[in-house]
Design a protein around this ligand. Structure first.
Ligand code: ADP
Ligand code: ADP
Length: 226
């Protein structure tokens, strides 16, 4: 079965007397363990689609299934990292990581152990006691990615996580993400404006039209995995 199936999803916003179509019927799938990217012009409706998949918005028409469960509860079954993820500035890196685990209501002791292990595994333990404001942009994105994976590793929605990074940091983070995904066997839907990034990371790329977004083409990337 597919991890995610999106069938005929549309979204129309009502703004005063105006109706804004953000998505025309979108069909899309993500298989288990697959990395799928969405590329499309700014404002075409990518974030709208993510909000719908994450369960924080509802489609106007169409249906979705996660793990074969049609239109069931979606919130909590998806690790959603928005474009501007919020790291709580008054909490340390470790405490921010713990938030992902708190939401899953793990016992404190188990949560602390997991946070410690994962920070060590992904080479961030030196920063455990730091505050997010003291970290570089790349470090902050790693923390946000880790928190997302700990919240739900089985299916990730990542909204342009590397968009604000310089080119070198970006390459480092791309490799770091591949390591993270290999560890957790996550399925991923990924938004990017960088075609090279999409080719490097993806199994499949959906190219979307300008708003209202529709699928212009689907590109299979047949690069061998390490
Ligand atoms: P993208 O992520 O591809 O840049 P978005 O999904 O953020 O695009 O936006 C798609 C369109 O829908 C935009 O024109 C935006 O202004 C509009 N839109 C998004 N959310 C709302 C909302 N809550 N109410 C009205 N219009 C919205
Ligand atoms: P808890 O999760 O136990 O409520 P937090 O450390 O998250 O504790 O913060 C407690 C409250 O303080 C939160 O509800 C939050 O609204 C507020 N708060 C503290 N610092 C800030 C900040 N920099 N920006 C916004 N809200 C803040």
């Amino acid at each position: 079965t597919q991890k995610l199936t999106v069938k005929g999803v549309t979204r129309t916003y009502v703004e005063g007397k105006r109706r804004v179509e953000a998505l025309t019927p979108i069909d899309l799938t993500v298989a288990r363990g697959e990395f799928v990217s969405l590329i499309g012009p700014s404002g075409c409706g990518k974030s709208t689609l993510f909000n719908i998949i994450a369960g924080v918005d509802e489609p106007t028409t169409g249906t979705l299934a996660i793990d074969g469960d049609w239109d069931g509860e979606r919130a909590g079954r998806v690790g959603y990292m928005p474009q501007q993820p919020l790291l709580l500035p008054w909490r340390t890196v470790e405490e921010n990581i713990l938030l992902g685990l708190d939401i899953r209501r793990l016992p404190r002791k188990e949560a602390l152990q997991q946070a410690h292990d994962v920070l060590k595994r992904f080479s961030l333990h030196d920063f455990a006691e730091s505050y997010p404001t003291a970290l570089s942009g790349g470090m902050r994105q790693r923390i946000a990615l880790l928190r997302t994976v700990l919240f739900n590793s089985s299916f990730l929605l990542l909204d342009e996580p590397f968009g604000a990074l310089d080119a070198l940091t970006r390459i480092t983070l791309q490799m770091w993400l591949l390591d993270l995904l290999q560890t957790y066997h996550s399925s991923v839907l990924f938004i990017t404006h960088d075609v090279r990034e999409a080719i490097l990371l993806s199994d499949r790329i959906y190219v979307l039209s300008a708003r209202p977004a529709s699928v212009l083409r689907v590109v299979d990337i047949d690069l061998p995995r390490p």
